[in-house]
Design a protein around this ligand. Structure first.
Ligand code: GLU
Length: 495
């Protein structure tokens, strides 16, 4: 096959041994976890082998195109650091390559023009349904005479181009993950290659580009496996060597149904909004269908590149576990330097705190607050809810919480009164002085530390679970602590 700009392609043609993989999303919706897992595995495979990673936008399905999707795809890949070496190529700008391939297939007797109307195709479908036959084109235009062809051509009907499926035999593919997979040719009907508007279908555009872009390995979702025999037959008809195929296992929700929004798996970019770190997402997605061994959970980007192999991609579906993602994100959040955590967390804090909190937030106060929250946050978006009380002048809570660790109101009141007196004696307002004053008090008052500190925690923060008490009191400052303790006394006096 000759290409008008063949010279351009010479530049990207590589010896057969070099690894060239592509991520080929269709801009029909925002990319979700499954899409990006395909991108990640392709990228890891390319980087592991020192090969090239290409980005190709498969935008020939004009009707299903969703505006703005391409930007989100690029944004998602950039956020995750999945850098591409070539592209993005846009199939809509390459129509002549597909049209040329279709002509060549017709010329060589592997494809034909089909003039069937929509109504006729619908009739055929109805008939097939009635007879309980699988749906598919009945091959009506496959054997038109020359005379019929020229009549139809003259009638002005814009034809589609269909591939002439072998009527018998089998097509076998050697999938790098699934092993040998064989399909009966007779189950597949003559599928469309080129639509009447001159746009290719996925099958044609996909194989033409994989060939022209010298793709060595196609890593893609399992759902494409049933398309692959068509692709293999197309490669054969065009006398091209097909790439190697690796169909990646599905991702299921915990209920074993295909992963969807209802499982809390959202578009990839939403994870950024929810305060997940790219390094956690990469690590988490890498383990959706791949593993290093049966125990290692935490792997850096470099380790993943070093160890990634198709040999350890599983044949069986992976199960999405949101809890594990949250845990992993928490691990990566704690690995950030305090400065970095504060830098990344501040916009979330600013967005999440109520408008009653004075803006701009004091950056020095935020810097003090953040280390307390870094220990506990599973996502950056949790920061405001974990630490809002640190920004409030008065804290709101159910008074009964003060008694939740088991003290009665009378002893709780006495306890806080003693605490207030003793805190006056704290030499300085730092964690060790506070501890030196408060810790012995529990024993002195004959209270378990659980009851004693439980009471103080609620009185100073309004919650039963909060960051470490002494550090929290330090950050709150003496004045606010006294104010909150006094308000707790007042609350209890009316119980
Ligand atoms: N455009 C297809 C998709 O959106 C590409 C499938 C393939 O990689 O061949 O998934």
């Amino acid at each position: 096959m000759k290409h008008p700009s063949g010279g351009m392609w010479c530049a990207v043609m590589k010896p057969e041994t070099s690894v060239r993989v592509r991520f080929a999303p269709s801009p029909t919706g925002y990319p979700h976890l499954g899409n990006i897992r395909t991108a990640l595995f392709s990228w890891l495979f390319a980087r592991h082998h020192g090969g090239k990673f290409l980005l190709r936008i498969e935008d020939t399905d004009v009707a299903r195109k969703v505006e703005g999707t391409v930007d989100v795809i690029l944004d998602s890949l950039r956020w995750l650091g999945l850098d591409w070496d070539e592209g993005p190529y846009f199939q809509s700008e390459r129509l002549h390559y597909y049209q040329e391939a279709a002509s060549k297939l017709i010329e060589d007797g592997f494809a034909y023009k089909c003039y069937c109307s929509r109504e006729r195709l619908e009739m055929v479908r109805q008939e097939q349904m009635k007879r309980k036959q699988p749906p598919g084109y009945d091959g009506h235009c496959r054997n038109l005479t020359e005379q019929e062809k020229s009549q139809l051509e003259a009638s002005g009907i814009a034809p589609v181009v269909r591939f002439k499926m072998p009527l018998e035999g089998e097509t076998t593919l050697h999938d790098l993950i699934r092993g040998e997979v064989t399909f009966k040719n007779s189950v597949l009907s003559d599928f469309v290659l080129l639509k009447s508007d001159g746009y290719p279908t996925y099958h044609l555009a996909n194989i033409v580009d994989d060939h022209l872009m010298a793709i060595s390995h196609v890593l893609r979702a399992d759902e494409w496996l049933s398309s692959t025999p068509r692709h293999i037959l197309l490669y054969r008809a065009l006398n091209w060597t097909p790439p190697q195929f690796a169909h990646l296992p599905m991702i299921l929700g915990p209920d074993k149904a295909k992963l969807s929004k209802r499982h809390g798996a959202t578009n990839i970019i939403d994870y950024r909004e929810q305060g997940y770190l790219p390094q956690a997402m990469i690590n988490f997605m890498a383990l959706l269908g791949w593993s290093l061994d049966d125990k290692t959970e935490l792997l850096s980007r470099e380790e993943l590149i070093e160890h990634f192999s198709l040999g350890r991609v599983s044949k069986t579906a992976a199960v999405f576990n949101k809890r594990k993602l949250e845990w992993m994100n928490g691990v990566y959040l704690r690995q950030l330097s305090p400065e970095e955590f504060a830098r990344q967390g501040t916009p979330f804090l600013d967005r999440g705190l109520p408008s009653s909190v004075k803006r701009p937030l004091s950056s020095s106060y935020v810097r003090q607050v953040m280390p307390l929250l870094q220990e506990r946050a599973k996502t950056l978006a949790e920061i405001p809810q974990l630490g809002d009380f640190l920004f409030f002048d008065d804290i709101e809570y159910d008074t009964n919480l003060l008694l939740s660790s088991g003290l009665d109101a009378k002893s709780a009141i006495q306890t806080i009164e003693v605490v207030l007196q003793r805190l006056q004696t704290a030499k300085t307002w730092d964690a060790s002085s506070l501890e030196a004053v408060l810790r012995p008090l529990a024993a002195e008052l004959n209270l378990s530390t659980r009851k004693f500190f439980g009471l103080l925690r609620v009185a100073t923060t309004g919650r039963t679970a909060a960051p470490p008490l002494f550090q929290t009191m330090v950050v709150l400052g003496k004045e606010k602590c006294f104010k909150h303790l006094a308000s707790a006394l007042q609350r209890m006096s009316v119980l």
